[in-house]
Design a protein around this ligand. Structure first.
Ligand code: NIG
Ligand code: ZN
Length: 426
């Protein structure tokens, strides 16, 4: 038997357990790990996993020496605002002067300034910009990613964003899951006329479905944006059209979006910084995944983070994401988010790995195909410049990937620096 590829000399192999449902509570502590391992790949799938001693005896067309380093499944980033025009570096000074995030939005900045930029950017230019960010996301070890619309707030631009995401999905070796976030803010044209705007976004669901432009819908449920009742209306209409539902919930004010998400059977409730005790109880009782975004809390300069530790201790399922966007979290680096989860959410390394693999995959409907290296699953994996899985959240702010593989093919590899001898010293 000759395998296509054999990755041998793996110092440590991390194997999150594939599960038909998201991992909840104490189950998030379980992380299978094999020291001195090897992985065989054929037809883009994991064909065999075991000890290096056994693996060394196999024939393979290509052999990759992992040189004693860590290998894991490709990471899953289940919440990004990948496709957008422009940037908002000028808002940083406002934030430093103490202007709250929702006040910047109220003054027509924030999300609304990105809406203007996205409307005035051509589809081709939007594609080029999003492709640049997507390549960077991949370079951090992500092989499955979610991308939201939400910077159009009109039919034309929302569809433009979703088409860009679809083109990227077809062009890039990454699984890209698309989400329609039409109700992301109230456009200036509809101030005081929120219900009419929401109706327009509900009317758009049919086209989004017909053109197969998104699998999920999302809504920003927040003070000054959409109320609980409006969110319920949009989520019900989305479900009627056959979409999975998600919600930006309880990010700043505790409106009860978490409770709404669990009562609606949402795939995920995201942010949850201000989630109530009842909201957390609801998460523990259902399979709605809490997608936590500590990079956003950090970037908004807040001291109080989502209660990730309590959520897991109560039995909830937690995933982590970058929330990459031009305003509230400007980073493509999911590894940095893993560090923030350790430092600010008090999650353990095992919980963090489950949160960026299996649970993140469940949050975007990919629980059956991403986030694991079980035999038969896609050979989406990362060779890390790190000795073990605890090292990634520990050494923060840099990119630890050495090689990223998607369906058994190398899609990103670190280049050696010219003239430098980088001897490994962790
Ligand atoms: N909170 C709402 N939406 C985005 C931010 C979008 C923006 O500021 O451009 C988020 O998830 O953080
Ligand atoms: Zn978001």
């Amino acid at each position: 038997m000759t395998y296509e590829t054999l990755i041998h000399n793996i110092g440590q192999l991390v194997l999150p357990k594939q599960s038909s449902l998201p991992l909840k509570g104490d189950d998030m502590k379980n992380l299978r790990v094999i020291d001195n391992a090897a992985v065989a790949i054929s037809n883009g799938k994991i064909a065999w996993v075991g000890s290096n001693d056994e693996g060394e005896a196999f024939q393979a067309t290509e052999k990759i020496d992992a040189k004693g380093r860590l290998v894991s499944p490709g990471l899953v980033d289940p919440h990004t605002h990948l496709v957008h025009g422009g940037s908002r570096e000028k808002e940083m000074a406002l934030k430093q002067a103490g202007v709250p995030y929702l006040d910047i939005l109220k003054q027509g900045g924030g999300i609304l300034s990105t809406v203007e930029a996205t409307r005035s950017t051509s589809e081709e230019d939007l594609y080029e910009k999003a492709a640049f960010h997507l390549e960077r996301i991949m370079s951090y070890g992500v092989t499955t990613v979610e991308a939201k619309s939400g910077y159009g707030l009109d039919a034309e631009t929302e569809l433009k964003q979703l088409r860009v995401a679809k083109k990227l999905a077809n062009a890039y070796p990454i699984n890209l899951v698309s989400t329609f976030l039409g109700p992301h803010a109230i456009p200036k044209s509809h101030k005081g006329n929120e219900e009419a705007f929401l109706s327009e976004m509900i009317d758009l669901l049919e086209t989004v479905k017909k053109e197969d432009l998104a699998e999920f819908t999302d809504i920003f449920c927040e003070t000054g944006v959409f109320t609980i009742e409006q969110s319920r209306r949009f989520m019900e209409a989305s479900k009627d059209h056959g979409f999975g539902v998600k919600i930006h919930a309880d990010e700043i004010d505790p409106l009860g979006g978490t409770e709404l998400a669990t009562s609606m059977g949402a795939a995920s409730a995201d942010h949850l910084v201000a989630a109530s005790d009842d909201g957390i109880k609801g998460l523990a009782e259902t399979d709605t995944v809490a997608v936590l975004l500590p990079g956003t809390t950090f970037y908004l300069g807040k001291d109080s983070y989502a209660r990730g530790r309590e959520m897991i201790d109560s039995g909830a399922s937690v995933a982590l994401a970058t929330d990459f966007n031009p305003g509230s979290c400007v980073t493509e680096n999911l590894q940095l988010i893993m560090s923030l989860a350790a430092l600010k959410l008090k999650m353990t390394p095992e919980e963090i790995w489950n949160a960026v693999t299996v649970n993140a995959a469940h949050a975007i409907g990919r629980g059956d195909q991403a986030g694991t290296l079980d035999v038969g699953s896609s050979a989406d994996l990362v060779i890390w410049d790190a000795p073990n899985y605890m090292y990634i959240p520990y050494h923060y702010g840099v990119n630890h990937t050495s090689l990223v593989m998607k369906n058994g093919k190398t899609v990103w590899e670190r280049m050696e620096s010219h003239g430098l001898h980088l001897s490994r010293s962790y």
